[in-house]
Design a protein around this ligand. Structure first.
Ligand code: PMP
Length: 435
């Protein structure tokens, strides 16, 4: 392992992040179980890319069969690709009736920016003040979270995303009544738009993650996202919902996270779970927007939506339906919330359950969460993550203080595995709390 780590640093450099104080090396996986180089098995409570389960036999077979038959770039007709486009578009509201395929979330968001910029004739972008949407130059200039930002562009205005269950230290949230939080947050949107207009940038788009996951799974007031979308559209901009985290049924409540907010976006961007590990992304949009963009810009993507990718994407949709994974995400999510609330009663230094469906967590505090002055406690959160790793369950942490336990297993997780995840969390909390 040490040797492999050295060789990695000597080739890839030390800057591509690794998990854990002692990094793990996995050699195979199946369902929600990963096997490391020593033959030890870990329960995967973290990874959302293997959405329908690691190495799902149907996805593997679909990829292998198509790869053994034909893989070619996107300038030839191929029925698999069109089948997939039709099947995927059927999951969206009617207004979103075109799809452009890409290979990643970053490519999808970058393309969405280009479309919004050309449509609006403006360049201003609204973005959460703690978020991550990808690694291209355009996205690096709007990156505010994950320590990755290299300086915001002058055309960017940030929004503090309200959180009704958040730590009071974070702005419009906490103990205030929901109406007051909503008013304050929408006032910030108005101010940000006015500032972009005054500076001559205008408003091209707002880009947000429908789960506000990097922020820490914020519970926004009812009507916040609707109000945000209305204001951006009134200013001439487009609404881009980033469904890289929240899409494909992750929240259990809906196939797409934006539906939980009661909006239909102008552009929906996708990635991570779409190909169950095979690189596949996309942008869904109305025909009118594509017809405006297409004639003026050649968009050619060598790999985006090739036949093997389409086979992977189709198999994911099939498994989601046949194994009732979205419904199961909702059922499991409900049980998990109840269990997390129970754990909170036993360990008052963790906050209320956060998240939706199978993306859930709790904030970890330095004292009972209900005490005045309770502060998020990243060191304690890290200790819980490491304590779970030692019990061979993978989870992580998110949020502006890195203090929200992040749990996001493949949707294929079974009830007994959910129980194991929660029992391990209870043990880890007991160990860390007792320090
Ligand atoms: N959007 C969100 C919300 C993400 O979480 C990520 C990746 N963590 C991306 C976009 C970028 O996706 P990719 O790494 O596939 O480029």
């Amino acid at each position: 392992m040490t040797d492999l780590l050295t060789r990695r640093f000597d080739t890839l450099g030390p800057y591509s992040p690794l998990f854990y104080d002692r990094p793990l090396e996995f050699v195979r996986a199946e369902g929600v179980w990963l096997t490391d180089a020593h033959g030890d098995r870990y329960l995967d409570g973290y990874n959302n890319v293997p959405h329908v389960g690691h190495a799902h036999p149907r996805v593997v077979a679909a990829i292998a069969e198509q790869a053994a038959t034909l893989n070619i770039h996107t300038r030839y007709l191929n029925d698999r690709v069109v089948d997939y486009a039709e099947r995927l578009l059927a999951t969206f509201d009617d207004a979103l009736d075109r799809i452009v395929f890409t290979n990643s979330g970053s490519e999808s968001n970058d393309l969405a920016f280009r479309i919004a910029t050309q449509h609006s004739g403006a360049s201003g972008i609204l973005i959460s003040d703690f978020s991550y949407h990808g690694h291209t130059q355009a996205l690096a200039r709007v990156t505010t979270g994950l320590r990755a930002h290299e300086g915001l562009g002058p055309h960017v205005r940030t929004l503090r995303i309200p959180d009704l269950d958040g730590a009071d230290v974070d702005g419009p949230a906490g103990a205030q009544p929901e109406d007051a939080v909503l008013d304050a947050a929408l006032r910030e949107v108005d101010e940000a738009i006015a500032s972009l207009q005054a500076a001559g940038f205008g408003v091209a788009a707002v880009l947000f993650d429908s789960l506000f996951s990097t922020e820490g799974l914020n519970r926004v007031p009812e009507g916040y996202v609707r109000g945000l979308a209305e204001r951006v559209r009134r200013a001439g901009g487009l609404v881009i919902a980033d469904e890289v985290q929240s899409g494909f049924g992750r929240t259990g409540r809906s196939f797409w996270g934006h539906r939980n907010h009661g909006i239909v976006p102008d552009l929906v961007t996708m990635g991570k779970p779409m190909g169950n590990g095979h690189p596949l992304g996309g942008v869904a949009l109305p025909a009118a927007l594509l017809d405006e963009f297409g004639p003026r810009n050649m968009y050619f993507n060598t790999f985006g939506g090739n036949p093997v990718s389409a086979a992977a994407g189709l198999a994911v949709l099939d498994v989601l339906a046949d194994e009732r994974l979205v419904e199961r995400a909702q059922e499991n999510g409900r049980a998990i919330r109840a269990a997390l609330a129970q754990l909170g009663a036993e360990h008052p230094w963790i906050g209320v359950p956060k998240g939706d469906g199978l993306f859930f967590g709790v904030e970890v505090y330095d004292r009972p969460a209900a005490d005045a002055g309770a502060r998020p406690d990243p060191a304690r959160t890290k200790a819980v993550v490491e304590a779970m790793r030692h019990r061979r369950v993978l989870v992580s942490r998110i949020g502006r203080h890195d203090s929200v336990l992040k749990m996001r297993p493949p949707l294929a997780i079974e009830a007994a595995e959910v129980d194991l995840l929660l029992a391990t969390l209870a043990d880890a909390l007991a160990e860390v709390g007792g320090r």
